[in-house]
Design a protein around this ligand. Structure first.
Ligand code: PMV
Length: 354
């Protein structure tokens, strides 16, 4: 019996990379492995309602963000649908209403593509699963592991880093010789021991610049094709991930700081040394970095920073430092945030079916 209609809601978090993904091959295959902390508070919740229609040659869908119809989101979703159609053959048999909300402000400069694309991919997987059940297509029920893996595979085709948002609390994407289960096609839960120093690790996101991104990540990744330092960078990412495996096991926070901050600065160095070149940090980004370094010199704090492809600063620190670091942020860093705004987040555990 063919399924006529229905709806599914998933929430999925954003993530922050410790080892950065920057540079890709065809079909969103990363040029180097990356690893990220899954966030807890910064999330997208998406409901996809579907209604059976006559099969046609085009996709039929509408998109709403916080209740408002978003025509400008449609091209990105159209591209996504085209890419995943061969893996989800039902896409042209239904009309979809996609309703999405973010816990963080849309114009905060926090990319919603990881949380948004992973939430959408999960809704589509739920639809596929329910169609299969209704059609009685499979002898063996789709396993939870397969479900998540395929959703991550699909999310990757929407936005590379989105494949790291489905599970927590650390996710690896991209083949690495020390992580046997790692894959270029989807994210996998970090399989090794993690020291309790990293339990409940905190991430306070300082909103330095809430404007639109200067460079889309697609353009950014493509700049790595003819980049003079590309090969050295990809090698370095492999090495840094090897180092991080030991650091995560031993709980060595000084070494953690070194790898994480170096990765953030390298990401920006790649943008500054590509053609065309870009500076995505703002003066306030640098002020914050200098203040963090001074604070570490003055105190015993293990606070450090990381950056995405933008000016906002993620401040990472152990749970036992919450009080001190928040005091430091309020006394010394808030002044560099647009309208004094920041978001307190921490490591989270991935997506949820609502
Ligand atoms: O997922 P994309 O294509 O938007 O790329 C994001 C890349 C960075 O956020 C800069 C780094 C990363 O690994 O998340």
């Amino acid at each position: 019996k063919t399924l006529k209609d229905g709806s599914f809601t998933w929430s999925s978090p954003s993530n922050i990379a410790l080892i950065k993904y920057w540079g890709k091959k065809k079909d969103q295959i990363p040029k180097n492995p990356s690893i990220s902390f899954t966030l807890n508070h910064c999330k997208t919740t998406t409901t996809v309602s579907f209604t059976k229609k006559e099969r046609s040659n085009h996709f039929s869908f509408e998109v709403f963000l916080s209740g408002e119809k978003k025509e400008d989101f449609k091209p990105k979703i159209e591209i996504f649908f085209k890419r995943v159609e061969i893996y989800l053959p039902f896409l042209k048999d239904y009309h979809f209403k996609i309703e999405t909300t973010n816990t963080f402000p849309h114009s905060s400069g926090i990319a919603s593509s990881a949380s948004g694309m992973s939430a959408l991919a999960l809704c589509l997987m739920s639809i596929e699963k329910s169609i299969e059940l209704a059609d009685n297509k499979r002898d063996i029920k789709m396993s939870d592991e397969f479900f998540i893996q395929k959703a991550s595979f699909l999310a990757r085709l929407g936005s590379g880093s989105a494949c790291r948002s489905l599970e927590g609390d650390l996710v690896v994407w991209g083949k690495h010789d020390k992580i046997e289960i790692s894959s270029n096609l989807f994210g996998v839960k970090y399989p090794f021991e993690v020291h309790e120093n990293f339990k409940n690790y905190q991430d306070t996101i300082l909103l330095v610049d809430k404007g639109e991104k200067q460079v889309s990540s697609t353009i950014g990744h493509n700049l790595m094709h003819k980049h003079p330092f590309a090969e050295a960078r990809f090698k370095q990412a492999h090495k840094n991930l090897s180092r991080l495996i030991t650091i995560l096991k031993d709980g060595n926070l000084d070494a953690f700081i070194e790898v994480v901050e170096s990765e953030a600065l390298t990401l920006h160095a790649m943008m500054m040394t590509s053609l065309p070149y870009f500076i995505l940090m703002k003066p306030h980004t640098l002020e914050i970095i200098n203040k963090i370094w001074a604070f570490r010199q003055k105190t015993n704090s293990k606070v450090c920073f990381t950056l995405d492809a933008g000016a906002n600063v993620h401040i990472l620190y152990p749970e036992n430092e919450i009080k001190n670091v928040l005091k430091f942020i309020n006394n010394e860093l808030v002044t560099y945030c647009q309208k004094g705004e920041y978001i307190n987040d921490k490591i989270g555990f991935g997506s949820e079916l609502i």
